[in-house]
Ligand binder design. Sequence first.
Ligand code: ZN
Length: 468
Amino acid sequence: MAAKGKVYLYNSLTRKKELLKPSKKDRVSFYSCGPTVYWYQHIGNMRAYTVWDVVKRVLAYNGYDVNHVMNYTDVGHLTSDADEGEDKIEKAAKKEGKTAKEIAQFYIDDFEEQSKLLNIIPPNHKPRATQYIRQMIEFIKELERKGYTYKTKDGVYFDTSKIKDYGILIGGITAETIEAGKRVEVGEKKHPTDFALWKFSDKPGLRQQEWESPFGVGWPGWHIECSVMGSALLGKVIDIHSGGQDHRQIHHPNEMAQNEGYFGKDIVKIWLHNGFLTTPEGDKISKSKGGLATIKDLKRAGHEPLAVRYLYLSTHYRKPLIFSKDTLEAAENVYYSIIEKVREIKEKSGEFEVRDGKIKPYMDTFRKAINDDINIPQALAILHGVISDKKLNEAEKYQLIIDFDRVLGLGLDEVEKIIIPESIKKLADEREAARRKKNWKKADELRNKIKREGYIIEDTEEGYRIIK
Ligand SMILES: [Zn+2]
């Protein structure tokens, strides 16, 4: 078997780039915190899932077999990441007049449709929190047995003072410094950083989702699900664990604390965190700011989802990325010009032979870039270099482009399908409908409109064809 590539990743825990050394030699265990499925995942959320898709593709490119788990949170995530507010799923179910299960399924389906549009490879496992209640109860019982928990009148809590390095992920912040620096709703908690493992139902029977347990009728806290599902599906070592920047503050330190309590140490080797999608003013794009676009919304407005993917890829994953009409349009222009050039290259590629000596230097620099903490902006610069290099013939260019696209996932292997923007396809459909109604005037108007955009419609026996 060929030697595996050396992949360096920036570990948020040590704040250093580290060489990935999978515990099972060729197999990488990878856990990503997935969506809480009570609402649409917006373009800010989708950046993270695209980033993790690229990480996975880089590992596969290097010859690793990746076992990827991404959970769906369908219970227990409260409206605040700490233990305050309502359960997001229960709240949405009440508001929309649906069952909790229906809510979860609806938003899971929507998320998976968006993921598909972005060419994201599905995870190997997609566990839902509600499928792991029994295992969570067992996990909490073990933490209780080892003395890491205490009870209050509203739940079973994890005592973070028992963990020496609690909060090390955010620079070794201790329970005391958080207490001093920030007002936190403590209630009956012993320390502000303590968190719920199990919450009791106020009046059993009122919630849609609640379970019997040795502690009392109730439901699991949000953090416990990731420790339980991660270790249940990936074992006692998780080579890479990923999540949004915001998880460094509460969710991931809590996962680490649970792992340390249960296993005697954290089981994660490398923690990855992605930067936020922001407005031009630098504000994080988040749901609390009001109605936000999804990938499906952008598609309906005539944007190509893979151009959005290009935009996501254009900035390093740890840095903030500005999303605006301007940045989207700029990315779209570049993306369509790549597609157009790749199509031309592909057409001529059959006329040439590939000279290995010509493509090798490009393959080496590409691999070096992606293996250096997933430097995709650099990889894209190499792609542009290949496209414009006059010393390469079309066969060499095409081979390199297809090889790079295993990581980039921009659909460059099927350029014919992408070349026509959604807005043009929509106009063509409208024209077809007008023709069927024999509204020739409208059909002609639409044909001219399409022509002004640079596309020609040809009517064939099987229907119409759009040509750029
Ligand atoms: Zn998680």
